[in-house]
Design a protein around this ligand. Structure first.
Ligand SMILES: [Zn+2]
Length: 205
């Protein structure tokens, strides 16, 4: 395979990118300067070595020599330790932060496809149940908010998580809530504006 085809194939694997867009990216890079391409390649190379996945919420963060295992949000003891906001992806956290939420997060890593028999294959269900149980023995969550997108897969994922969390919630006495009105049907948290998220949080039930 030639270098153009090889790079096109890499870009095609990116979320939401088709063959035509992938080819445009390669053409763009061909038109750029050699130093730009070198810088880009270097940025990709160090991405793995200078970042780490938080052991608690599973978001990616830039490594900090003192607090290796946890991201700044999880390491911040001034945040509300009793409210856990479950999101699909890292980008959702940035958006929820702008709405003024002060609790903790858990990144599921996606949504559960409608026809799937094994939700564990697609999202961090097991890690979520562990998180809720382990932490509850120390600090007790009072509430777990299911912050999933208002899409068909988001709704499906919410139902499965509710079913799995319910027995633990009953034993440890925490509330399971979902975002309320405000998020329009079909919308993803990542693209919702902070005011909309704030009102969806206020009307959660
Ligand atoms: Zn974290």
């Amino acid at each position: 395979m030639n270098p153009i085809e090889r790079l096109t194939e890499h870009f095609e694997k990116f979320p939401g990118i088709g063959p035509r867009q992938a080819r445009r990216f390669v053409q763009y890079l061909l038109a750029e300067s050699p130093s730009y391409r070198t810088n880009l390649a270097e940025s990709i190379r160090v991405l793995g070595s200078q970042t780490s996945q938080c052991k608690r919420c599973f978001r990616w963060f830039v490594k900090n020599p003192e607090k290796q295992n946890f991201c700044t949000i999880c390491a911040n003891t001034n945040r509300d330790q009793q409210t856990l906001f479950i999101v699909e992806k890292d980008a959702d956290i940035d958006n929820v932060e702008r709405s003024g939420f002060k609790g903790l997060y858990f990144v599921l890593g996606g949504t559960i496809p409608l026809a799937s028999e094994e939700p564990e294959r697609f999202v961090r269900v097991r890690e979520l149940l562990n998180r809720v149980e382990t932490d509850a023995s120390e600090s007790t969550f009072k509430e777990v908010i299911l912050g999933l997108s208002a899409t068909t897969e988001g709704d499906h994922t919410r139902l499965i998580l509710q079913e799995k969390l319910l027995p633990i919630a009953e034993g440890l006495r925490f509330k399971i809530s979902s975002l309320g009105r405000g998020l329009s049907t079909g919308s993803e948290l990542e693209y919702a504006d902070p005011d909309t998220i704030e009102s969806a949080l206020k009307s959660r039930q």
